[in-house]
Design a protein around this ligand. Sequence first.
Ligand SMILES: Nc1ncnc2c1ncn2[C@@H]1O[C@H](COP(=O)(O)OP(=O)(O)O)[C@@H](O)[C@H]1O
Ligand SMILES: [Mg+2]
Length: 537
Amino acid sequence: MALLHDDLRTMNTRANSVESIVVPHGQVLAAENKSVVSQFAQKERIQIAFYNENRKLIFATAGKEKNTLDQMDGMHQSGDSLIYIKTLKNDSRPDVSLKITGPKTTIVGLNLVYFFFVALGIAVLAYRDYLVRSYSRPIRFAARMGENLLEGSYNMIASDSVKRESILRLNLAMNRISDAMHELHRSYTRQQDSMSTLIENIGNGLIFIDGVGRINYVNQTFKEDFQTSASHWELADYHEVVPYEEVRELIDEAFETKEKLVRQLQLSVHIERKHFDVSCAPVLNKHNKVRGIVVVFHDITAIKKLENTRKDFVANVSHELRTPVTSLVGFAETLIDGAIDDKELRDQFLHIMLHEGRRLQSLITDLLELSKIEREHFKLQLSQVSLSNVLDSVLFMLKGKAEAKKIRLSHLQGNEGLIMGDAFRIRQIMINLITNAISYTPENGTVSVSIHERKQEADFIVADNGMGIEKDQIPRIFERFYRVDKARSRDSGGTGLGLAIVKHLVEAHGGRIHVDSELGKGSTFTITFKKSPSLIG
Ligand SMILES: Nc1ncnc2c1ncn2[C@@H]1O[C@H](COP(=O)(O)OP(=O)(O)O)[C@@H](O)[C@H]1O
Ligand SMILES: [Mg+2]
């Protein structure tokens, strides 16, 4: 309606202009104004026509006009054109009708375009508002969910029952991202856990140096092996904190050569010299640049020690064997060379040879015994054993030996000592200890043995009033072939392996050994056996 009104107003204004041209003084002046009217029509892009009182055409500016005016005053529409008719009042002569024809587009069309744009604008605004409202909530939710994911919280779930497809896809994608990130996080944590468990329990000292030579990580074993807290090491240059030149050089070399290097190094840790297998493994990126170096310290001190013990052992065994063999060969040669004819000499030599032969025999027996006991799969034949019963039979066997040295061997009153153990091995323990007590006690001495039972344990005690052992020697007498007084020990017929065998057997029983001794006054060996759980009452 507003548009029609606008058209009407425009047409009205035009009609008034034409009227003011052609009716200046109440009279329609036709001829002299025709050109002015034509100019106006041209300027306004309209057509102007005049009709007389009989509605017959008087004048038209351009184009074809019907000769007769059919329409009445007012606005009319004809196809694309608008027609406006107005009666011009003529004072003296009859009235004249004015007809203005103009194209609709220039007048109404323009407004339509405006209207369209305004409507479109409003529609766009409304739609935008609608879109903003319907998208902003899920987007805000997605944003919050994303922030939570970044902070490591995976408990938000986007709705999967929304109608709008794009939002549904967004929600499903967010849920999948959340699931994937959660799984990633879990597997990362798992990996990190197993990695740190591995690094901490690898049993070797480990340091990790980054590509520019800063120490990134030092594990607990390293700190223990090198007795350092190493807290000042983190992020320090390895040149400044690693206290061993050999190690620093090895790391330098690994940086240069980009190759894994392994070297056996002897490093001082406080008062000790320790042996390590040090390996430097560079971590390379795909451009073959060193990203870091893993240095692993494998403590082989114990292995080295064992290696040395083994070497010592072989030397000791050879030495122990050589003495009786040399003696045997020597006397045999002397006999062959003629001593065999001297009866007295021959008997004396044969006795020595028998003695040496027996020594050799017992040495070989003990060696075989020790190697059997030390074997990894050595097993005790466990049964219920009465310590006092075993002791009685051992005393019966050793009675003669004690008597020969005029030593009083007595079984003191005590308990029965029921334990779970290997009777044969317990017998071995007792024989070795009592033989020692007899051997290292001078004539007329005393050796007393006893069994003491307690609630969960039973003690076997051998006490002598013999030569005794110096305090600092006590831990050493259990070593193989260790003797406090070498010459005297060999004379006593010992092999140097007795206590080593005792120690192994007691340990196999889960027992303990305690030695009390005073030089010149005597020694007391106490073996503590555990009673088996079923016997504890
Ligand atoms: N009862 C004891 N009194 C003094 N010294 C002892 C006693 N028992 C063992 N020893 C010392 O311990 C060393 C090791 O004993 P052992 O292993 O039985 O070897 P062996 O008796 O063959 O020498 C002996 O050589 C001796 O010096
Ligand atoms: Mg002995």
